[in-house]
Write a protein of this length. Structure first.
Length: 108
């Protein structure tokens, strides 16, 4: 079992970074989450969670090249660490175990 317990938003951010493998930067993460989950995500909330997950060792980041389109500003790309992958797998296993424990009669 994982030492780090994910909040729902943290889990969704980690999953989205995995989905966007190699292309996970702020706006792309927001766009993907809003498209898939049909809910609004603020850049401030996302940046806070990305920093927290990076500080916990669940994400790594690198700066991309500066582009003229962004006025010379570089994108920060995020990727899952091995620990991040392990924590996500633990969360999935915990959820599946709970789903399997629900008696069929409970869904009548």
């Amino acid at each position: 079992m994982s030492q780090y317990h994910l909040g729902e938003f943290e889990e969704v951010v980690l999953l989205t970074v995995g989905i966007l493998y190699g292309e996970a930067y702020g706006i792309a993460i927001i766009d993907e989450m809003e498209k898939r989950l049909h809910r609004r995500v603020s850049i401030g909330a996302l940046q806070t969670v990305l920093r927290r997950l990076e500080n916990k060792g669940l994400l790594d980041s690198i700066l991309g090249d500066a582009t003229s389109i962004r006025g010379g500003k570089r994108k920060r790309y995020f990727s899952l660490t091995q620990n991040g992958q392990r924590v996500l797998n633990d969360a999935k296993d915990q959820r599946l175990a709970l789903w399997k424990a629900i008696p069929k009669i409970a869904f009548k």
